[in-house]
Design a protein around this ligand. Structure first.
Ligand code: PLP
Length: 435
């Protein structure tokens, strides 16, 4: 059966773009067919009208790739690459085992000590990803009895942690300490989870107010610093330490795939709690650890991030320049106060329209707009940005009651980077605006 859907970006039928749509898998049991069919019917055919929210054009060499989280432009930093190459030559890929078996001082240990000092924390534990940091933390801390208060827009990995812990999610209104206050008054002491900077909107959390409410109700506070570590503070110490709140925040987590331009994650906290987390979180025990070359890269990156404050200054300058340009063109970029700038597009089908227009029209020949973690910056790219679609991003948490993924709408997020000759491309904002 062919489905004559008009594509958002053209007139092809779904089957031309998605040959798998028409296929059946006779060997697959009904429950699996049902799940897979729902993807094709509800997502591809329904929400995306035959387009694909994640599949934009393949960027060419001269395209500006707007998908990267490498905010400080460190992915090709010579000193960091050299450190990784030297470690690879010396150790190969290392011992290949879970990090609970690590013993003695090594590059990873030096990184953890150095990062803890930078963040004003007693200790840091490195994880395989920011996802694992958040899931492992919630899983090892909460149980069926624990209310977990999540900002509605908190990262999906925190929601996944709630599922893993078997705890109850108690979402509160986005960036609203009074809403948290009401929830905590009703359900009692538990865990509060917020992002310092929200990845979909670029908004900053009201952290001071959040710490006050958490303290008043005897709650543990978890702040995800994935988009603020390396970015805030004179040496990149992150927002919590920059605000002088390290003493009031029990746990800080972060991906190392943003400003650190690597692959990994961390949890920072008290020495007592970190010792526990290091040996009791399931991803730490049952998933293989960090490679020596990755650890050497983390350590070199930490030194660069702490030393090269000019990168933060230039990033903020670029972000402010782009925000002002987009604002002047009538885009609503009010919410963003950071290096993440979001263009709200409405329903996902409109998001695809906007993405296609940005990619094909006279704008900046934007290569790709899709979630940053799926797309590496390309050589010659001068922009960093990404497209985020709350429902797509939050799908994995769809089973958690109250998760905003359920009523999602699309937005494109633009991430300027440090090494963008933005002014040389002075008309970039205008060209985006002309779509
Ligand atoms: C706020 C936030 N937390 C956690 C993660 C997960 O990090 P990672 O990509 O290292 O698993 C991300 C990345 O998408 C994020 O944006």
């Amino acid at each position: 059966m062919s489905l004559p859907i008009i594509l958002a970006s053209g007139t092809q039928s779904i089957s031309q773009i998605h040959p798998l749509f028409e296929q059946t898998a006779p060997g697959d049991p009904g429950f699996l067919q049902g799940r897979v069919n729902a993807y094709y019917r509800n997502r591809v055919e329904g929400d995306w009208r035959g387009g694909h929210i994640m599949k934009g054009r393949t960027p060419g060499g001269s395209d500006l790739v707007l998908t990267s989280n490498d905010y400080l432009s460190l992915s090709t930093h010579a000193e960091i690459v050299e450190a990784q190459v030297a470690a690879l030559r010396e150790n190969g890929r290392g011992v290949l085992r879970s990090d609970v078996f690590r013993n003695g001082e090594d590059e990873l240990g030096k990184f953890e000590t150095g990062l803890a000092a930078l963040m004003g924390a007693e200790d840091v534990v490195t994880c395989q990803s920011g996802w694992n940091a958040n899931v492992g933390l919630l899983q090892s801390m909460a149980n069926e009895e624990t209310p977990v208060y999540l900002d509605m827009y908190a990262h999906t990995s925190l929601w996944e942690g709630v599922l893993s812990a078997g705890a109850t999610a108690r979402p509160f209104k986005h960036n609203d300490p009074e809403s948290l206050d009401r929830m905590a008054a009703k359900h009692g002491a538990g865990v509060v989870c917020v992002d310092a900077v929200y990845s979909t909107s670029g908004e900053i959390a009201p952290l001071r107010a959040m710490t006050e409410v958490a303290e008043r109700h005897g709650c543990v506070l978890v702040v995800d610093e994935s988009h603020s570590l390396g970015i805030f503070g004179a040496r990149g110490e992150g927002l919590v330490e920059d605000l002088g709140l390290s003493g009031q925040v029990h746990f800080r987590t972060s991906s190392l795939s943003k400003a650190f331009a690597a692959r990994g994650g961390i949890v920072a906290g008290s020495a007592r709690n970190m010792e526990y987390f290091r040996y009791e979180s399931r991803p730490a025990i049952f998933s293989s650890g960090i490679l020596p070359s990755e650890a050497a890269g983390f350590l070199a990156t930490l030194e660069v991030i702490a030393r090269e404050d000019w990168r933060r200054a230039r990033l903020q300058d670029n972000a402010a320049y782009l925000r002002a340009g987009l604002d002047a063109l009538g885009y609503n970029v009010e919410a963003s106060r950071t290096q993440i700038i979001s263009l709200v597009a409405g329903p996902e089908e409109n998001t695809i329209l906007l993405r296609d227009a940005l990619e094909t029209a006279r704008c900046v020949r934007v290569g790709v707009l899709r979630p940053g973690h799926l797309q590496e910056p390309l050589p010659g790219a001068v922009f960093g940005a990404r497209g985020t679609v709350r429902r797509a991003v939050g799908q994995a948490a769809g089973g958690v009651r109250g998760h905003p993924a359920r009523g999602g709408h699309g937005r494109l997020g633009i991430h300027p980077q440090t090494e963008i000759p933005l002014r040389a491309h002075g008309t970039a904002a205008q060209r985006i605006g002309s779509v």
